[in-house]
Design a protein around this ligand. Sequence first.
Ligand code: NDP
Ligand code: 8X3
Length: 254
Amino acid sequence: MTKTVLITGASSGFGEACAKKYAANGYKVVMGARNVAKLVELQRQMPDPSKVAFAPLDVRYKDSIEHFFDGIPTDFREFDILINNAGLALGTQSAQEASLDDWETMIDTNIKGLVRITRKVLPLMVTRNRGHIVNIGSIAASWPYPGCNAYGGTKAFVQQFSRSLRSDVLGKQIRVSNIEPGLANTNFSLTRLKGDQQKADDVYENTKPLLAEDIADIVFWTTSVPEHVNINNIEVMPTCQAWGPLAINREMED
Ligand code: NDP
Ligand code: 8X3
């Protein structure tokens, strides 16, 4: 039987690449995002547009989530895979200077959006005793850097929530995976830097970052291993990225 994958944040970056990957592999694909024009265009580009459905989705708002699920055609509602991908970073200022509004938007999107979507889909998976939830975390969950503050905090939530979900569904044929990418060239930096294209380009200058397709391949593989295998966590960086030394302030006064 044809499997169905639900992807949040499918209008760009990892979500778009995942939508294309699963569609190319014969899945029925359900896409949600705010940029509906992009979803229309994506559906048109797919090998079989009749196997692709979409509806507007803003994961920050409960009403939007309800309308999204109401708008999914009935023959697309048996979700085999949920890819909780919608998310963003806003700002790179240190914690004492960062915008509290930006922090709240990240929390509303990356945490509250993710748990609300999960809470809609997981009971359906439990009823069918099948399913796979793939959460898109970040290396920022484990490895802090200046300016990562609330963003890293949201992804640390995703990491621990993913593990906790596994504990809760133990005994069911439901898998949960957390994919944690590092530097990846998508619209992520343009969003984080509030539309400053030059600064966003600078983030990737003289690097060979991950591409959205790299992450889509990893997500697809994660859901393609035999059903008795659960990939708990994958942390992935481009080869050009690694950890820095611990920072030490050497200007301490006695
Ligand atoms: P993009 O900016 O390219 O894509 C972000 C996607 O999230 C878009 O489709 C956007 O759709 C969607 N989105 C954002 N806010 C909302 C919302 N309120 N409701 C619904 N959808 C929303 O970035 P990426 O593809 O890189 O980001 C995808 C995920 O990967 C995020 O969770 C991000 O934190 C994570 N990540 C990114 C990394 C990177 O370096 N690129 C590395 C590690 C993790 P729309 O605006 O149409 O709503
Ligand atoms: C995005 C990766 O390193 O910019 O989650 O935080 S990083």
